[in-house]
Design a protein around this ligand. Sequence first.
Ligand code: FAD
Length: 505
Amino acid sequence: MSKKYEVVIVGAGISGAALAYELARYTNIKSICVLEKYDGVATLNSSGKANSQTIHFGDIETNYTLAKASITKQTAKMVEKYCLQHKLENEVIFSHQKMALGVGDNEVEFMLERYEEFKELFPNLQVWDKEHLKKIEPKLVFDGNGNERPETIVGVGSKGEWTTVDYKKMSVSLIENAKKEEGKTIDLFVNSQVQDIQKEDNTYKIKTANETYEADFVVVNAGAHSLFIAHKMGYGHEYSCLPVAGSFYMTNQQILNGKVYMVQNPKLPFAALHGDPDILENGLTRFGPTALMLPKLERYKSGTYKDFWTTLRFDKKIIKIFAGLLKDGDIRNYVFKNFLFEIPYLNKKLFVKDARKIIPSLSVNDIHYAEGFGGVRPQVLNKKEEKLMLGEASINTGDGIVFNMTPSPGATSCLGNAKRDVINITKFLNKNFNLAKFEEELIETNIPQSKIDENEQKQYISKIRKEIKAHEEEYYQNINDGQELPSYWNKPYSPWRNKRDHWSF
Ligand SMILES: Cc1cc2nc3c(=O)[nH]c(=O)nc-3n(C[C@H](O)[C@H](O)[C@H](O)COP(=O)(O)OP(=O)(O)OC[C@H]3O[C@@H](n4cnc5c(N)ncnc54)[C@H](O)[C@@H]3O)c2cc1C
């Protein structure tokens, strides 16, 4: 006989685990089942080796507007609050200094303006000039000969905040804590790949190779396979999935003390490289991720090539979306460069060239391709609107089944996304959601007061701006002499366009 549950969740990554926890702790739903294809929790994108281990609050993610950052901060804080509530410090959640680094006059000016706009939302943000960076992150300042890099640079970041999470361990903890809720049945079945879901008389029948499970409500949190399953059931045909693999390079020793993100090109959010200490590799510095379209839905697992083609639903509209993307010079160069990053021998040389924007002294001998690290971001293509959707996508059929696709930063937003699903599930099943308890435990109300000396910050900013002015004057001087200062043209990921700009000057 089939096992019957109120809710079945497909996929035990961080999204499925977060939903199981919230349903168990904050609703009166009594029976929940999680079905996982592989032999453990979070072996794909939520594994610590697959992603960048970052909690994205929006302070150092320069592609976020203030409005977006204020929402992201709230969902990111849920991850922090969960970990602190369950005393997971230095086991699941870690603290490093962090910053977004501006390199060259344009980026530095951008970062200073961004600081002014964001400092109220993030009261612990600080501006670090070259002198201060020499003390806290010296590798950002000096080249291989021990000389200071010539460009103006600025770090805008903070210290003493929770920044880093092992999302696999957090997934395990979420499921364990869900199971501890009294009076509830929370079952996790591994090695249980869902092959088919059908609705019969208001009950979903979920088939694996050996069992059939029944549920009143189903949430498919199967990463890139969510859309594969949705299509099979006749939903979401206006969407396609473009799997974008991300790889990493590891240094042979620890060279950064904290997270260093770069100014993002707004057309390519989360594309700029970053470097940070890897919590699974004793703090060795991990650089990346790269971005390469892969014709398969899962990294480092066999098969799924056919699933890719099925989920892509290749047609004229897909060609139009690709053609539109590749028309843009920045995107074209980025795609081409990331393809080269995967070619042995060539890859390290090219990667180091890019990573030198963070660490000027970095050499080919300092890094190696991080084999076994990296995952797949299931980017969604919207065929109706003929565009690439950059964020997460959720298909709520309104008929008791939901499909979630979660590219970066889906791990940070796991508890926020789960809250959205909990609201829909409890409404559909006529159950209760204890919002007061949820808010008390997971919503940040105690906004920390700034400990930053405003006057000192103003002095830093005016000093850096003076430096930029002097740099510009020198630049105009040099233009008159028929030379240019290369750093003036520094913009992220636009070397060829920059050259063109310069030629037509
Ligand atoms: C290179 C890279 C860097 C990233 N960095 C960050 C970061 O720093 N911070 C951040 O917040 N996010 C980051 N992300 C994104 C983040 O890793 C994902 O958004 C998140 O892990 C998605 O979790 P998930 O549970 O939805 O999917 P997954 O972790 O992919 O889990 C899906 C689960 O479903 C299971 N499954 C699939 N099909 C079936 C089936 N038919 N039956 C049963 N089970 C099935 C799979 O086995 C898997 O366990 C990064 C991603 C990549 C690729």
